[in-house]
Design a protein around this ligand. Structure first.
Ligand SMILES: NC(=O)c1ccc[n+]([C@@H]2O[C@H](COP(=O)([O-])OP(=O)(O)OC[C@H]3O[C@@H](n4cnc5c(N)ncnc54)[C@H](O)[C@@H]3O)[C@@H](O)[C@H]2O)c1
Length: 264
């Protein structure tokens, strides 16, 4: 099926690693223009080369620190300069260092808020400045199942992901009149496949979370009895990005987690 994503101009943050990488490559297969904003420019460059091989209409990297407003503004300006417009924004950067809340400190709170929420505010505000005058667009924030029910050892992260879902709903209400759709996707545990991590991936520090058979244990607890792959998340993002598939879907938080949480 033609998803009508050919030559759509996509800006994606965190596209060098795991989930963001899979999203960039999946949209490349649909013939989109891809602009990857990531702090790890070396790995992002490799993803962009792969994106071109997979059929992207064009692909570029822009060295970006999503916590710095001017850096995010530059990312979008580069997408507009090279591809003439911004049709789709995907926010995939996120970060956590799990531990009981009582052991956390304000420095860690700052880091988690900056990387999961302030960064999203930077991206959404800038994306809308391009999309509103064009009377169209799609914003997709990668949230988490932690947003749904709270996750032990992830108090601030869970809160920021709940804020992510809420922001998408508010932006959906404010901007539907401009034909801009805003949705969140909530992955469950999605461990990177070999060779798909950037040098700033949170998994480099958090690999112990999935050591000693913990991945298999987690899979056994899910209704579908298997963990998600980055590609599962990417397929859902592509669906939501496509006006043809999801033209009447906005303000939603969609779980892609093998049934870890069930809302409704
Ligand atoms: N993987 C999972 O199990 C899982 C589960 C639920 C939700 N999520 C969410 O999905 C998203 C992607 O997760 P992932 O597993 O792909 O993460 P990851 O850590 O592997 O990738 C994050 C990317 O962001 C980049 N990055 C880090 N700091 C940056 C900065 N300041 N500026 C620009 N880029 C920066 C990294 O280089 C990397 O490419 C995140 O929002 C995460 O919270 C992941």
């Amino acid at each position: 099926m033609d998803l009508k994503l050919t030559k759509k101009s996509v800006v994606i943050t965190g596209g060098a690693s795991n989930i963001g990488r899979a999203i960039a490559l999946k949209l490349a297969e649909e013939g989109a223009y891809i602009t990857v904003g990531d702090i790890d420019i070396h790995t992002a460059d490799q993803v962009v080369r792969l994106a071109v091989d997979k059929g992207a209409a064009g692909a570029q990297t822009v060295h970006t620190d999503v916590t710095v407003t001017t850096s995010v503004e530059n990312l979008f300006a580069q997408a507009k300069a090279i591809y003439g417009k911004v049709d789709i924004f995907i926010n995939s950067v996120g970060w956590d260092k799990p531990m009981p809340f009582i052991e956390t400190d304000p420095e860690l709170w700052q880091q988690i808020v900056q990387l999961n929420f302030f960064s999203l505010l930077n991206g959404c505000k800038t994306a809308l400045e391009y999309m509103v005058p064009n009377l169209g667009g799609a914003i997709i924030a990668i949230s988490s199942e932690a947003s749904r029910q709270g996750e032990p050892n992830e108090a601030i992260y869970s809160s920021m992901k709940a804020a992510t879902n809420s922001l998408m709903k508010t932006l959906a209400r404010e901007n539907g009149r401009y034909h801009i759709r805003c949705n969140a996707v909530c992955p469950g545990l999605t461990f990177p496949e070999e060779g798909t991590m950037s040098s700033s991936s949170m998994w480099l520090e958090n690999a112990h979370m999935v050591a000693d058979g913990k991945l298999e244990q987690s899979a056994r607890k899910l209704p579908l009895r298997k963990l998600g792959r980055a590609e599962d998340i990417a397929n859902t993002v592509v669906f939501l990005a496509s006006d043809k598939c999801a033209g009447h879907i906005t303000g939603q938080a969609v779980s892609v987690s093998g049934g870890y949480s069930m809302m409704g």
